[in-house]
Every structure is written in C-alpha cells, then in structure tokens.
Design a protein around this ligand. Structure first.
Ligand SMILES: C[S@@+](CC[C@H](N)C(=O)[O-])C[C@H]1O[C@@H](n2cnc3c(N)ncnc32)[C@H](O)[C@@H]1O
Length: 202
C-alpha cells in the first residue's frame, strides 16, 4: 500500500490528540481559576511532565560550572540532578511529591516557607504558574545569590494554565528590584527566554 496514503489518518489522529490535550489543559486551567479544581491536580498526572522540556533543563544547567548547592523549584522529574557538576548538592522542591528529598510547597500559598540557603535557585518552566512573582523573587533574594530561570514570553497563557504575563524586560526589572543583576540571557525557543541573575557584590 502507498505509504503516503497510510500516513494521512495517523497524522490527523496526532493533531486530534494534540487538540484534545490542549483542550484538557484549558478546561483544567479554567476549573482552577473558577476554584472548581484544585491547583495541584494537573501536576499529579505523569502525563503533565513532558520529555521535550529536557533540552531546556540542559541549556540552563550548562550555566552551573562548579559544584554548588542548588535548590530547584518546580523540579518535575528532577532531570537537573544528573546534570550538576560532581560534588553538588541538589535540593528538589515541587507542589507535589516527586521522590526522595522533595520539599513540598506551593509557591502560591498565602505563606512562603523559609527556603534552604543555597548557591543557586533553578526554575525551569515554573515562574509562569506563580501568581505573585515579586513576592517570590524578594523571598529568593534572602536565600541565594544566583537564580537561573526560564520564562515564556508568548503563547496561549490561559490554555497553558499560566497565571501571569510579563515581557522579558519586566522580568529583568523584577529581579533588579530585589538586588539581582542580569548576567546571562538567551533563548531556548522562539518564545522562551533563559536568564541568569546574580546578586550585586560591589
Ligand atoms: C512545566 S513543569 C516543569 C518541570 C521541570 N522544571 C522541567 O522543566 O522539566 C512545572 C513544574 O512546576 C510545578 N508547579 C506548578 N505550580 C506550582 C506551584 N504553585 N508551586 C510549586 N510548584 C509548582 C509542577 O508540579 C511542575 O513540576
């Protein structure tokens, strides 16, 4: 049978699956906004963590060049741990328990716990879910001198369940206000920006 004819329905099925998945995110995000669905329900599902995010983590992890104590917020599948220089100490944290040693806390809780002191805070694909980014960054400035963070400046925010919308210079301004300066900036894809922020030392 002609291969091109067989690929047609399969490709259509893939598109349908993608649309159903996005629709599912949209309904969940709407449910969370309306207070019908608990925020962490989406993240309990193993389907919610995508393998395609690993290249983002890899690109960001390259910025860690010496053994460090690293606190990862929104650690997901903890892919970062294996990418750290030998001798590093990895502290995972997330909204849901992700395995041994996970510090479980909700970055949108009315009260943020004291974070462990660390050299670097690492946030890949999590800032978009934080309601009060100013509060979180101020909080981080008390426990670490360096933050490596990604932020998506485009895309369908409600459909993805994202709760804020900043431009790249606004993200820089938030960190500047908390005493950090921008020491690295790059793109991961056409919409996601990778930043490193470091404390002013002089
Ligand atoms: C897009 S995933 C990114 C996972 C991982 N950092 C990566 O890049 O593969 C977002 C992660 O943030 C966590 N998360 C979402 N909302 C959160 C919140 N309010 N507090 C803490 N973690 C949250 C999710 O459980 C999930 O692990």
């Amino acid at each position: 049978m002609d291969e091109s004819k067989r690929a047609g329905p399969q490709e259509r099925q893939c598109v349908v699956n993608r649309v159903i998945k996005k629709l599912g995110y949209f309904v969940t995000a709407l449910g969370i906004r309306l207070g019908i669905i608990k925020h962490d329900r989406r993240w309990h599902s193993s389907d919610s963590l995508l393998a395609s995010w690993s290249t983002r983590t890899e690109a960001m992890a390259k910025l860690i060049t010496k053994p460090s104590t690293v606190l990862e917020l929104g650690c997901g599948n903890m892919a970062l741990e294996k990418l750290l220089p030998a001798g590093s100490c990895y502290i995972p944290s997330d909204l849901v328990y992700r395995g041994y040693g996970t510090l479980v806390f909700d970055l949108n809780d009315s009260y943020l716990p004291v974070f462990p002191t660390c050299d670097i805070c690492f946030m890949a694909g999590v800032l978009e879910y934080v309601k009060d980014v100013h509060r979180l960054v101020e909080h981080l400035s008390r426990c670490c001198d360096e933050v490596i963070v990604s932020y998506c400046v485009g895309g369908l925010r409600l459909a993805n369940g994202w709760v804020n919308s900043y431009k790249r210079n606004e993200i820089v301004a938030i960190f500047n206000k908390a005493g950090y300066r921008n020491t690295f900036i790059d793109k991961w894809n056409d919409k996601t920006v990778l930043f490193r922020f470091s404390k002013e030392t002089d």
